[in-house]
Design a binder for this molecule. Structure first.
Ligand code: NDP
Length: 481
């Protein structure tokens, strides 16, 4: 049994209450680790540690903070394989995905913000010989970070790297379902010599540890990635205390495929966009709109290639889809398939739980599922399922597909496939989404703004947007004469 601990004031500690939570390997259904069942006492200790560390950390030269973050990036890269294996065991995702995408991206987040902070500048406004206004961007203080289970280390790093680079101290609460790589990161931070209290990681549940972090009066900003419902709860709390809040929430993203697209590329990428990480990525394209003239051919090829995907042991290199995060989540996704059937949907493939032989016999696996024949307004096309389930839907005209694409409460991302550059730009301008990919999906340049509109979030992460979120802007007006 592996034991995970909190990271407070530079030390690894159990919860003050001594309580533990079992952590399950979703690929086997077996308990393999225990994490602290932290509560507000632990949160208070962590916030106090962060508050005590803030004056020194925030007054360091940017280059000194940058050097610490670069050391952490190096440490993640040096430990890539063990972090990838831990992420795969904790989450059920294919090891290949953790090894090639997530863990490298986590290191990249630290490296990116470590160097970005060296290039930051602020504005000055001169009014002739009379006044000079200049802008200070100062760290906020103690920042709370709450992150989900689907891309655990990557999403954690995406929050804490800019927060620390900007001079804040952080208390982070990862998902209770995937605590391991955050714990390993704590160990790497200790090895890198990060001063105690600059980063604190509190393990535990949303209710017992997450909520007190959001409510704490010494926490000046909250950066949250997770479900829309949880985001709304957090927003209610932070609104009444006027905390800066960044919310990255759920998605129900359209993939739009025109007949003039690069067919093979659109086909393979839309399948990847549907089922990467078992469909458990907020950016997954779960509603696919296909121009009517190629609908039958595309649907048949989509279903055929989906059937060929390998669902299996996440540690096996040939696996395309691993296990879903938990039995409860698997049941929820299967329930959605049942709803789709009741709504009149035709299941072209998948739709059922499967048993993987050998060590994964007790795991939470399901076949990737493709459904057609559903109206835009049905539950299946409206609710985020967050699993390996997509719908295929025909459209006739550009204006019709824009209406379909925008017809949900979500607005995170969209992917458009066409060789008509004018059409692509027209759609990009009118789609209600924070991110639009044209002839690609999930390409990420860390300088670009990232986030959603409508119920997919408030605020933007990435590049200068993140550094601005993690600083307060102050104007200074100097009378010259
Ligand atoms: P949740 O909203 O259930 O949980 C996210 C985090 O919030 C977890 O750490 C959770 O702890 C914590 N939490 C839960 N309740 C509270 C509370 N009342 N106060 C403070 N913290 C709380 O989301 P999931 O972990 O299930 O993640 C999946 C969701 O995340 C999907 O909707 C997905 O679309 C979204 N997401 C959005 C992304 C984006 O960038 N827009 C990226 C990735 C995911 P605990 O684990 O104990 O519940």
């Amino acid at each position: 049994m592996k034991i995970i601990r909190n990271y407070i004031s530079g030390e690894l500690r159990s919860a003050e209450s001594g309580a533990w939570i079992d952590s399950v390997n979703p690929a086997t259904g077996e308990i393999y680790s225990q994490l602290p069942d932290s509560d507000q006492t632990d949160i208070h200790l962590a916030v106090a540690a962060a508050k005590a560390a803030f004056p020194e950390w925030s007054s360091l030269q940017a280059e000194a903070r940058s050097n610490f973050l670069l050391k952490i990036a190096d440490a993640i890269e040096d430990n890539l394989e063990s972090l990838a294996v831990a992420e795969s065991i904790d989450n059920g995702k294919p090891l290949t995905a953790a090894r090639t995408l997530e863990i490298p991206r986590a290191a990249k987040s630290f490296r990116f913000f470590a160097t970005a902070i060296l290039h930051e500048s602020s504005e000055a406004h001169s009014a002739g010989n009379e006044m000079l206004n200049y802008t200070l961007r100062q760290p906020i203080g103690v920042v709370g970070s709450i992150s989900p289970w689907n891309l655990p280390l990557y999403l954690l790093s995406w929050k804490i790297a800019p927060a620390l680079a900007a001079g804040n101290c952080v208390v982070a609460k990862p998902s209770e379902l995937t605590p391991m790589t955050a714990y390993m990161l704590a160990q790497l931070c200790i090895d890198a010599g990060l001063p105690g209290g600059v980063l604190n990681i509190i393990q535990g549940t949303g209710i017992k540890a997450g909520a007190p972090l959001v409510e704490h009066s010494d926490v000046k900003a909250i950066t949250f990635t997770g479900g829309t419902k949880t985001g709304a709860t957090i927003a209610r709390t932070t609104a009444s205390t006027f905390k800066k809040t960044s919310l990255e929430l759920g998605g129900k993203n359209p993939t739009i495929i025109f007949a003039d697209c690069d067919y093979e590329k659109a086909l393979s990428t839309s399948i990847r966009a549907a089922f990467a990480n078992q469909g458990e990525i907020c950016l997954c394209g779960s509603r696919i709109y296909i121009e009517e003239s190629i609908f039958d051919r595309f649907s048949a090829d989509f279903a055929k290639n989906t059937k060929a995907l390998v669902v299996g042991d996440p540690l096996d290199d040939s696996t395309d889809l691993g296990a879903l995060i938990s039995n409860d989540h698997l049941e929820k996704v299967l329930h959605h398939v049942q709803i789709a059937r009741e709504e009149g949907g035709s299941v072209l493939c998948g739709g059922d739980r499967i048993s993987v032989e050998g060590r994964c016999a007790g795991g939470y696996f399901m076949r990737p599922t493709v459904i057609t024949n559903l109206p835009t307004q049905c539950t299946t096309n409206q609710e985020e399922i967050f699993g390996p389930v997509v719908t295929l839907n025909p459209f006739k005209t550009e204006s019709e597909v824009v209406k379909y694409a925008n017809a949900t409460k979500y607005g995170l991302s969209a992917s458009v496939w066409t060789s008509d550059v004018h059409c692509a730009h027209r759609l990009a301008a009118v789609l209600e989404a924070g991110v639009v990919w044209i002839n690609c999906w999930m390409e990420r340049d860390l300088r670009t703004p990232f986030g959603g509109v409508k119920h997919s979030g408030v605020g933007r992460e990435g590049g200068w947007e993140a550094l601005r979120f993690f600083t307060e802007t102050k104007n200074v007006c100097l009378a010259i004469s």
